[in-house]
Design a binder for this molecule. Sequence first.
Ligand code: SF4
Length: 325
Amino acid sequence: MKDNRKVLMEVKNLKKYFRIDSKRSLKAVDNVSFEIYEGETLGIVGESGCGKTTCGRTCIGVYDKTDGQVLYKGKDVHAMKGSEIKEFTKHVQMIFQDPYSSLDPRLKVHDIIAEGMQIHKLVASKEEEMKVVQDLLKQVGLNPEHASRYVHEFSGGQRQRIGIARALAVNPEFLLCDEPISALDVSVQAQVINLLVKLQKERNLTCMFIAHDLSMVKHISDRVGVMYLGNMVELADSDELYEEPLHPYTKALLSAIPIPDPEVERERQQIRLEGEVPSPVNPPEGCRFCNRCPYATSVCSEKTPAMKEMRDGHFVACHIYDEKK
Ligand code: SF4
């Protein structure tokens, strides 16, 4: 327990490398540490290829780790065996990015939603199963009669709602939402986000919400972690991160979000990022952001900045803050 909040997941110095050949590895996640508290939504943001999806998937054991540790309720996720794994897969569910490929087109909606309940033997009869599926469809804003249809009959937003119902069917404690709105039309993105916020509150779910859209993450997250090239560079309460970002990369990402007020938009300072994100196979020495950072000094390409708590719960990894606080 920290600050009266109970830690549900603890990620310690997590590394996930993918071997390319005998000499080279892609360092997708490199020495990342954070905690997720019970009942909160932690947003993880960063540009595509920064390692956020790999980080989420390694945290829930979809990928084996290369090094470090992930503890769920104190148990090592990657050392679980037999019944522990089965229990863990009931408590931890995932909502996928692509509602088109993540649902089996050969199954009816009922069977897609009921599969997890059957595996974990959560219902005693077919009648109960049907009632639970219909209740879930209502909770996600679909018609209970949709249970007898196939997924190709639904729009992207409706398919994502079916994916959410499937995840909720086993009464999970933890949801990994892996860019759940990025494949959807802009017009339905907010609806799916609002649904997730509502369900998260009603069920006291703990969520890890992965996205590259910072404005959406702010709306749904209690805290936000910013990743860059396999590292976490800043972690703070959502409001504080958006109002007082510390890391130059976070500032750059935020300054790229347009502000609807033309006067405020004109006045504010934009930080333009030069160049591309370097390859995670051969990342820069020292701070990985050093080849794109407008504030870089010689120390930045020599020494990796450590995560430092600058304010209560506000962590940043940047040499600018080495002497501060
Ligand atoms: Fe920029 Fe240096 Fe801070 Fe990295 S450590 S973000 S290069 S100032």
